[in-house]
Design a protein around this ligand. Structure first.
Ligand code: NAI
Length: 329
């Protein structure tokens, strides 16, 4: 059984190849191209394709895959907002994902971003390298005693709650479905109350029509001055233009983003020699209180092996006609 692995990086090969010994029927061909309507043509002769967060798994791509005889799209990630699930179902292409691989990996990065922007670690690191030992512009706040507002208390958000509690913070949360296992120390509030009360706001809900631009100028205005905002979920939860307006209003002590609206095209690419015309991201990066990482929340050894094992098992399940909780429809 053959899988065409799109947008392959060296680390993908390093995490998938060792797992293949437990899946002797699977053969993987790695290619660097991103999956899109044109590169989908390459999948002729493969039972499955494996894709990642920045792939275009829209209507056109799915149609080309169907015509090429592909039976399954295996997403090696949790989010699947880039997949047209309705079209896939209509065409009878199975789509599976890896709903949980290492939620701790993402929540730990969220906390790292919160701490880094609070204490301006990115500036401190560069200052000391330049023999500048002054404390200018490095003052932060204590986390202990502050209020953390967690939006979405699923797998990742739950760990973020636990971490915030570990830092001695009060933890409040908003979710459509309350997580009973957190209620010893998490108080659920309305989204408005969360915006109004939190010193740290961390986003851990999926990107849906209902959550698109949930952080916009109206919600930013409800936040406390000096709030820290962290997004490790999906870029379009935040309106970048409104965020820039909010930063200019001096609303934020710090903003830490592992995901942002313009990331497609950037993610995992070295664009250091490119001139970024019209880039709203460059404008964001011009602020001293913003730190952006490039979708690296998942990037730990434990998470990579879990992703590889689950993706290969998903392939076996498709071949064996087995439906599991990893199906996206
Ligand atoms: P999950 O499905 O376990 O939890 C999501 C939670 O959000 C659920 O409890 C759900 O009820 C809640 N939710 C849904 N709609 C909501 C709304 N309108 N308002 C508030 N809460 C709402 O998902 P998990 O594994 O915790 O992942 C969260 C997000 O993190 C994913 O959707 C994905 O976009 C992102 N992610 C980012 C990664 C990275 O590398 N930066 C890696 C993995 C996931």
């Amino acid at each position: 059984m053959k899988m065409l692995f799109y947008a392959a990086k060296t680390y993908d090969k390093k995490s998938f190849d060792p797992e293949l010994s437990d899946f002797p029927d699977i053969e993987i061909e790695y290619i660097e191209h991103e999956l899109d309507p044109r590169s989908a043509l390459l999948a002729k002769g493969y039972e499955a394709v494996c894709a990642f967060v920045s792939a275009d798994v829209g209507e056109k791509t799915l149609q080309v895959l169907k015509d090429a005889g592909v039976k399954a799209v295996l997403m090696r990630c949790a989010g699947f907002n880039n997949v047209d699930a309705k079209k896939a179902e209509e065409l009878g292409i199975a789509v599976k994902r890896v709903p949980a691989y290492s939620p701790e990996a993402v929540s730990e990065l969220a906390m790292a971003l919160a701490l880094a922007v609070n204490r301006r670690l990115y500036k401190a690191y560069n200052k000391v390298r330049e023999n500048d030992y002054s404390l200018k512009n490095l003052r932060g706040v204590n986390m202990r005693g502050k209020t953390a507002g967690i939006v979405g208390t699923g797998k990742i958000g739950a760990y973020m709650c636990e971490q915030c509690r570990g830092f001695g913070m009060k933890v409040i949360a908003y979710d459509l479905y309350e997580n009973e296992s957190l209620k010893d120390y998490v108080t659920y509030v309305t989204l408005d109350e969360l915006f109004e009360r939190s010193d740290l706001i961390s986003l851990h809900c999926p990107l849906l029509d209902s959550t698109y631009h949930m952080i916009n100028i109206d919600t930013i205005k409800k936040m406390k001055d000096g709030v820290i905002l962290v997004n490790t979920s999906r870029g379009a939860l935040i309106s970048t233009n409104d965020l820039i307006e909010g930063i200019r209003m001096n609303k934020f002590l710090g903003v830490g983003l592992d995901v942002y609206e313009e990331e497609t095209g950037n993610v995992y690419e070295d664009r250091s020699d490119d001139i970024m015309e019209h880039s709203v991201t460059s404008r964001l990066l011009s602020f001293p209180n913003v730190m952006i990482t490039s979708h690296q929340g998942f990037y730990t050894m434990e998470a990579l092996s879990a992703i590889a094992r689950t993706t290969l098992q998903n392939f076996m399940d498709v071949i064996n006609g087995k439906h599991t909780q990893n199906d996206i429809y």
